[in-house]
Write a protein that binds this ligand. Structure first.
Ligand SMILES: [Zn+2]
Length: 159
């Protein structure tokens, strides 16, 4: 279930995604929140330099592994503008983070890119639950999906 607090964090993720796009990168943004609701870290995609593993969810998993206890990680929530890819879902699972909330799903992104005539990437867009076990997952959120779609449309329409 998505509540107002979740929506606030997801809106920040979409803002980060927009900032990434405006900085010449791909529009994905994520926020790590502690059990008591504190925003611990946030990031967006940094793949424009050529390293396509520089996803925000992966960066937040490493941030958590370096700075949080296993108990803190298990109670932490990762919010993200787009559902974790398999790499990031695995990183989330390996470091033992808790809940995931995403604004738009990998299935939605796949459909949008298909509509835009963008060839599918090499990594399969598996749902998080097919990559990691025992993780509460919420999303997509219909009222944010249109905004995320528009960011991807802008990414793929620029020359
Ligand atoms: Zn990823």
């Amino acid at each position: 279930m998505i509540n107002e607090v979740d929506l606030k964090h997801l809106r920040r993720c979409v803002e980060l995604a927009r900032a990434a796009l405006e900085a010449g990168d791909e529009p994905f943004g994520s926020v790590l929140v502690s059990a008591d609701g504190e925003v611990l870290a946030e990031d967006h995609n940094h793949v424009a330099g050529g390293d396509h593993t520089r996803h925000p969810e992966f960066a937040l998993a490493r941030w958590a592994a370096e700075r949080m206890t296993p108990e803190e990680r298990a109670k932490g929530t990762v919010y993200t503008s787009g559902e974790h890819c398999p790499m990031c879902a695995a990183a989330h699972g390996w470091v033992g983070l808790g809940r995931i909330v995403y604004a738009s799903s990998s299935a939605q992104l796949t459909e949008w890119l298909n509509e835009m005539g963008v060839a599918p990437g090499r990594v399969r867009p598996l749902p998080i639950q097919e990559v990691i076990r025992d993780t509460p997952v919420d999303g997509p959120v219909p009222e944010l999906a249109g905004e995320v779609r528009e960011l991807h449309r802008r990414l793929h329409s620029r020359g």
